[in-house]
Design a protein around this ligand. Structure first.
Ligand SMILES: *Cc1c(COP(=O)(O)O)cnc(C)c1O
Length: 239
């Protein structure tokens, strides 16, 4: 993608984000745009950083570490949004500011033990399998509260909120139902004494519905960067 196209896309996404926030009676600043650059080259991320994006998400550890090294001078904030394998927790705990897809206590315990003491706490979102889909990551809604209570007790972690990847829906009203479910789960946890402030929900195809239901972080790849080079199943609707 040439830099001009990228600038136009970022601008369009920022406008859509702001419009969705305003329509929900929210400030545009209450929604963080997390640019998910998996499978995209470091140069494209650098160009996005030059256009003002600060938060970058990655799903594959080795690829992420290489890009972080290449872009180190820019002081970006890095989020790990992929599934976390137990044998990969240490580099995640050492290098990232946020993790979005914690769904087991064992993973959280390892991240807590491996977070270097001289760094800020690792910001954690718990992934919830809102629709109970087989084979999909995330804790079930029924098991969420005990997991959240346990994670909130761990040192060196800051339990910030919840994340979901809902089933694919094409109707905005259907999309909103899943996001509303995550928002309700967060409200229940806060009523029970936790202090969560983050809903990581909404991707390229549904981020406006997510903002309508209270998303504070939207995770956007395709709509910003175009189809991922290695993934031809992605479609885009931007000219
Ligand atoms: C790839 C990915 C995204 C971005 O998806 P797009 O549909 O390209 O916006 C968001 N969240 C997670 C967890 C991802 O793996």
């Amino acid at each position: 993608m040439n830099p001009q196209n990228l600038a136009v896309r970022i601008h369009e996404v920022q406008l859509r984000l702001a419009r969705a926030a305003l329509a929900a009676g929210r400030s545009a600043h209450s929604v963080t745009l997390l640019a998910v650059g998996k499978a995209q080259p470091a140069e494209l991320l650098a160009a996005a950083a030059d256009r003002g994006l600060r938060h970058f998400g990655e799903s594959y550890l080795q690829e992420a570490l290489e890009k972080m090294a290449a872009l180190e001078q820019r002081r970006l904030t890095w989020h790990f949004v992929g599934r976390i394998q137990a044998n990969k927790t240490r580099p995640i705990a050492e290098h990232f500011a946020w993790v979005h897809a914690v769904d087991r206590l064992r993973i959280a315990e390892r991240l807590a033990a491996q977070r270097p003491p001289n760094t800020a706490p690792l910001n954690v979102c718990l992934q919830v399998n809102v629709a109970g889909e087989a084979g999909k990551g995330g804790v079930s809604p029924a098991e969420l509260a005990p997991l959240a209570r346990a994670v909130a007790q761990l040192p060196r972690l800051a339990l910030r909120g919840l994340m979901c990847i809902p089933p694919e829906e094409h109707e905005p009203t259907r999309q909103r139902l899943w996001f509303a479910r995550l928002r309700t789960l967060e409200a229940e946890l806060n009523a029970a004494g936790l202090a969560l402030d983050t809903l990581s929900m909404g991707m390229s195809a549904d981020f406006e519905a997510a903002i309508a239901e209270g998303a504070t972080i939207v995770r956007l790849g395709t709509v910003l960067f175009g189809p991922r080079p290695s993934d031809t199943s992605d479609t885009i609707d931007v000219p």
